[in-house]
Write a protein that binds this ligand. Sequence first.
Ligand code: GLN
Length: 484
Amino acid sequence: MPHKLTIQELTAQLAAKQLTAREATQACLDRIAAVDGRLNAFNSHDAENALAQADTADAAIAAGESKPLLGIPIAIKDVIAVKDQPLTCSSKILGEFNSPYEATVITKLRNAGAIIFGRLNMDEFAMGSSTENSAFGVSRNPWDTGRIPGGSSGGSAVAVAADECIAALGSDTGGSIRQPAALCGCVGLKPTYGRVSRYGLVAYASSLDQIGPVTKDTRDAATLLNAISGHCKYDSTSIPRNVPDYTAPLGRDIKGLRIGLPKEFLGEGLDPEVRAATEAAVKQLAELGAKVTEISLPHTEYAVATYYIIATAEASANLARFEGVRYGARVEGDDPEAMNRATRGAGFGEEVKRRIILGTYVLSSGYYDAYYLRAQKVRTLIRNDFLEAFEKVDLIASPTAPTAAFKIGEKADDPLQMYLSDIYTISANLASICGISVPCGFTSENLPVGLQLLGKPFGEETLLQAAHAYEQSTEWHQRKPDLS
Ligand code: GLN
């Protein structure tokens, strides 16, 4: 069952010649054929292309080459450009568009030997928390196919949790890696803003977006982060800073590590079972030697409002480029403006339109100061809350999401309820810090729960060290959904 392996396990088996990259890739493709009709994690995949890459990897292995991801099939959220592959962002507006160039993260994965395959479903333009806002239909949670997998990187989390790939890339603007990882029982890491190049990531909210790994365990997240991190000359917001070996801290104990529990993250709206799982996880961290204290992030109550002003403002500008001329689909009109309107009217889904309208409003003359400018100021206060907290603690622990996976359709007509699914994750993007979600239990309905750890800017090493120590002292990450 090669598709069930982690990166580390598959790498060992490939090196020991117990398995070929072709066999591993074929196993993923077979798994997709067997389960994806029910799950809808993939918008598309090109089997021939994947197997051709696998053969190249096998030849390299036979020639004695060794690279960190050699022969590992990795699936990609459909918002990250892979040359000559479809790039849909799960939107109708991109039509048959194929990317003419490759994202930096993809180039880096290829340099590390990875097999890049499949386009993973998501909320349209990464706007959503359930993958219900997809022109390709909802992805389904493998633990209960009547429920959402989270979002917007729902396809990434489903594909990893259901073993349709070995690992995946997602993107996180307000929680889109961590929240679906939590709801599907896998590991999801949002790097510090600037750690990973955004070149080739279709922009949603440029000051918040980061690409990151969705994996079966913490070690795999570290391995993928090693491969994708670093400065890139095509993204001026990527930071020229040395990339440490993120697997190095794995296995170090966490004795004396200071972990803060923000009291504002454990209040109203938190499901009792999620709370219980989080508290048990924090207790476990304490048993491993961490010193847990209560902390305060006083501006937390403004985070959702601040995020939905800044994110929509940036989105309204970023999405202006989809006008029927340069990319994908076009609906004709009598003049350019009519064509523009018709294309955008037919091409964008309801949530994307809602965000563009809201974003345009908060940027408009007369409202800019009242909304956008004020939100920017509050963003600074939120960031300062975290920086102050990190003077007293090394990491912050919380639930990743307030509830386990909800039923498909349950929140579809209530945008505010949907926005509240990100209540614990969005602050990390506003503060430009890093965060990870690791499996920390199951509800009585057998739905996964995630523990979120947040770290200082560029504190991914400590984040991974603690996440790994916790993970290895539990068995949550080894449970698999029953898809027989
Ligand atoms: N759910 C949040 C939103 O809709 C976050 C999405 C994301 O991180 N891409 O904006």
